[in-house]
Design a protein around this ligand. Structure first.
Ligand code: CS2
Length: 439
């Protein structure tokens, strides 16, 4: 069967909203993963279609060529499949105008960063890249040094609180003054599991051509952005993004509620042998446990953004996780726990402790992670630990002692430790299934 390409487009029912050449490159994106392709790329293509401007994307794959090569073979075209119980809605994207490989050709990336036509750099490089000396950061800094003073917005689209501030600190620590640079904070949200052979087969059936760069995503998509763009931006607002002066309440809501409950389902689910998030949520007693986690532990720590009901948001999150078509692997969400849990779970626990409460359900999730780190599911199946701190986590007598992960005070909090020990014993004795049943 024919491959997706510019030539094949003529025969397709689904065509991109813009074509290569319609818009010049204005955005450099670092991180070519599934999330970028189903999130910022879609917003940007719609923004250009509705509001114009030279905002096509040059995308950079930092290390792996796994997505880059298929994209290059397809004239940078790919499809986003919106999937749920009702079916598949495909859409072909054409917003990428260049794709670069940083590992083999860093000079090309630096040259793009230095080019004043590039007025925005967006990043989806995962939590662990926001550390001094990370590869991506070094690449970014080299490009910024070569750039001189042309104004630029650096837009972190990773799941970290104050992601823009975090990036600014890392850049400022090396470059000193950040004159002419904007670091808007953003909250990004769309569930986009890693693509599989199943995704490519679905794409082929929906499009009538082969697409080896297809991604599947849930219908929901949200982007809240601080409006701090010294050299302009695409009309993302026309594409449904929320431009605001204060992202913080959105960020906290999303990180603690959506990502927090996601991680809860990932660790409890993986221990219980549930391969996917929807299957984890369907385990007996799990939904009730997640509802209590949301209501009694997470919600009291949140200040809702204007016009948002925390209760409705929580219900929506569980509905999204129940999407049976996504097949999001629990082990994918479980990755990099040491980098994710501080903003997803530990902040909730710390806030509840400061208010004098022992957050029962959040503590259960922490106990589940500690057990997950030991590397064995309830039925004895080995569980992989993919985490930049894997060695330290395994070597620690108690993970609570890792101050790179836990807020100060956790290790000496007797009440918290007692709650954790109790859950630990319950999980040892009854597994996740039995523990949930007894709630
Ligand atoms: C997930 C997120 O893998 C994970 O850790 O919790 O990728 C989640 O799917 C997105 O943040 C949804 O916006």
């Amino acid at each position: 069967m024919e491959r997706l390409s510019l030539r094949a487009l003529g025969g397709l029912e689904h065509r991109p909203a813009i074509r290569r050449g319609d818009a010049g490159v204005g955005i450099l994106h670092l991180g070519l993963g599934a999330f970028h392709r189903a999130h910022q790329a879609v917003f940007t293509e719609d923004a250009i279609a509705k509001g114009g401007g030279d905002w096509a994307i040059a995308a950079v794959a930092p290390r792996s060529r796994a997505v880059l090569d298929p994209l290059l073979e397809q004239d940078l075209l790919y499809s986003v499949l919106t999937i749920d119980a009702e079916g598949v809605r495909p859409r072909v994207l054409g917003v990428h105008a260049a794709a670069l490989h940083a590992a083999s050709d860093p000079a090309a990336v630096e040259a793009r960063l230095a080019d004043p036509a590039v007025r925005i750099v967006t990043l989806t490089v995962t939590e662990k890249a926001y550390r001094p000396g990370s590869e991506v950061l070094r690449l970014l800094l080299r490009g910024l040094r070569a750039r001189g003073g042309a104004p630029l917005a650096l837009v972190s689209c990773d799941n970290l609180p104050g992601n823009g501030h975090r990036l600014r600190e890392l850049v400022a620590a090396e470059l000193g003054a950040c004159e002419g640079l904007g670091f808007p904070c953003t909250m990004v949200d769309r569930i986009v599991p890693a693509s599989t052979e199943g995704t490519y087969a679905t794409a082929q059936a929906a499009l009538g051509v082969v697409d080896r760069a297809a991604v599947a995503a849930e219908p929901f998509s949200q982007w809240v952005i601080e409006d701090d763009f010294p050299a302009g931006r695409p009309a993302w607002d026309l594409a449904g993004a929320v431009l605001t002066a204060d992202v913080a309440p959105w960020e906290r809501l999303k990180l603690r509620m959506l990502n927090g409950v996601h991680s809860a389902l990932a660790y409890l689910g993986a221990l219980a042998g549930a391969p996917t998030i929807d299957r984890a949520l369907a385990l007996p007693g799990m939904r009730a446990a997640m509802e209590r986690l949301i209501r009694t532990d997470i919600a009291p720590t949140l200040r809702p953004p204007d016009g948002v009901s925390i209760e409705a948001y929580g219900e929506r999150v569980l509905e999204r996780f129940a999407n049976p078509a996504l097949r999001h692997r629990t082990l994918q969400v479980a990755m990099d726990g040491s980098q994710k849990l501080p903003q997803r779970l530990l902040g909730t626990i710390a806030d509840r402790r400061a208010a004098g409460a022992v957050p029962r359900y959040a503590t259960l999730v922490l106990a589940a992670w500690i057990r997950f780190v030991r590397g064995e599911a309830d039925d004895g199946t080995p569980l992989p630990l993919e985490d930049p701190l894997a060695d330290r986590l395994r070597a620690a007598r108690s993970p609570l002692e890792l101050d790179a992960v836990f807020p100060p005070g956790f290790a000496d909090d007797a009440e918290l430790r007692a709650a954790l020990d109790e859950w630990g014993r319950a999980l040892d004795r009854h597994g996740v299934a039995g523990t949930l049943e007894a709630l």
